[in-house]
Design a binder for this molecule. Sequence first.
Ligand code: PRX
Length: 664
Amino acid sequence: MAEAEGDQVQVSTFEPPVDFARDAHVGSFEQYEELHRRSLEEPESFWREITDQFVWTKPWTKLREWNLPFTRWFVDGELNITVNCLDRHVENGLGDKIAFHWEGEPGDTRTVSFRELLEDTCRFANGLKSLGLQSGDRVVIYMPMIPELPVAMLACARLGLVHSVIFGGFSSDAIRDRVQDASARAIITADGGWRRGKVIPLKDNVDGALTDDECPSVEHVVVYERCKNEIEMADGRDIWWNDLIEGQPADCEPESVPAEHPLYILYTSGTTGKPKGVVHAQGGYLIQTALTSKWIFDLKPDDIYWCTADIGWVTGHSYIVYGILANATTGVMYEGAPDYPAPDRFWEIVDKYNVTVFYTAPTAIRAFIKWGDEWPEKHDLSSLRLLGTVGEPINPDVWLWYRRVIGGGSCPIVDTWWQTETGGILITPIPGAITTKPGSATLPFPGVDADVVDESGNPVAPNERGLLVIKRPWPSMIRGIYKDGWGQPGHEGEFGDRDRFFDQYFKRIEGVYLAGDAARRDNDGYFWIIGRVDDVLNVAGHRIGTAEVESCLVQHPAVAEAAVIGFPDEITGEAVAAFVTLRGSFEESSELQAELVNFVGERIGRFVRPKLLRFTPALPKTRSGKIMRRLLREIATSGKVVGDTTTLEDMAAVAALQGIDEEE
Ligand code: PRX
């Protein structure tokens, strides 16, 4: 450890440990620099070397196309991602290797080998085929963290079906929106999932989304029995998972698809009330998630890797399922909460399976710190050799605690920056090559041309805040925002909602991908991610748009108008605050306050429930009618407005809000 000068603050730096670097896939800074240079200057040979390590039914001859806003990679190649995640490992003698050590919350466990995962995938794929589903059809998956979730995803991919996984924490309204937008023909779900000793009623939530024939595209609902809770099965529509696979053979010919064939749609929050369906393509996504997994997590044949994310988010898609399986790595998969039945549940699992690489979110680490060092100290964590974080900025003191208490003072930490849209990690330390600084995601991965620029697209000076942009496409880049007809006959050459896609990412600074994050680079060129510059919140690493919560609140009969903002929270990073004006006949009360908080929880999902909900006679607006969110943020954070109010239309709104606070 050394003290480095030069930044605004003095920061510690940590060089890659010598013995770690010696055995690493990328073992020196010079090697990293050379890879990064080659990837940008000689992309054809760089990517050819990488893609030659995979199984293609038809090798590519054309590397990429870039017709703003659309990119295509390995353009004329054909493959199937599941062959690369499963079949080739079994053929290479790794059939008995464990793909997943699975831990259920109530303490049940299972191990699944690569051969079993392949056979389960094939059986289920044959089941899906028997329902008449065909390549290109969309299938929604809404499941708990059980091995059948990756099986369902892989079975879809094997047939060229486009899966859309919905996080199990979302409720009926969120499911309905996504099912409708994707025109899904089938939903794969379970009777329930376990969370802190209780059953999450997944099938009931699906039924709630499908009531009154609101999702006419849905022909089939496949239900896995996990909790044996009571559910209803609709005749002719619903079928048990076990009945579907009954008698199905354990092999299934993989559909060879063009590299650009859509693999999945994952809905994520933007600045409008309607989530965006981010589309990823089979080829580029496979290559990038596999390569980033290998180099960033430095995966070796004996590693036991655990990513604690839920597969319902992009982190789980890329770094529990596709990227990790592509490396034939043994993963751990856990169904429940980190503090159930006790706050050492994670450390018990690390100890039990001798986890070597551990990947989690800063919000979880902040909770561990709060619960106390005695919980990790009860367990032997010496198997760990590498730690990772994702999803939010990590405060340097939290980073240092993670390294000292979980990493035994010696594990390198990779703080990985990326997004649903990027498909894979783009800015990150490579642990054997790049010296880390707590709180910095450090440098771009090979193939990534990142910068921090001003509104005109010019790079800002070192240590100055600007907008994070990526200046050329990368293989796992978002292919577009899903719109009905994508890839279907009659829609050739159309890739979803072009205007929304262009406006969202390529308009503000034309020609480059705008990430939506503010960042700065220090004197060494290291990236420090500051946070979102748009109305997207990051609550416990979960992304949610303020407009989504607002449009939910105004659906309640008592609510006339709602403004939602994020404010700092010690554990979750950001928390949701809602400011609400009521319709004439409704009166403010603590019951109504609780009802509105629950309303959001029930409609969208518990994790979005406002931590603070205030009634106000009026919202502070500019003379042009725009809600002044900055003032609301100041009120939520400190109870006071300190900034400039000259553009405010009516000072009374702010006075009233401050008055409410003073009374409390
Ligand atoms: O603000 C950044 C933050 O998470 C956003 C992307 O969220 P999502 O699409 O849900 O994907 C999260 C998991 C990949 C980004 O725009 N973010 C992600 N990783 C980091 C981060 N902020 C700071 N540091 C990170 N390492």
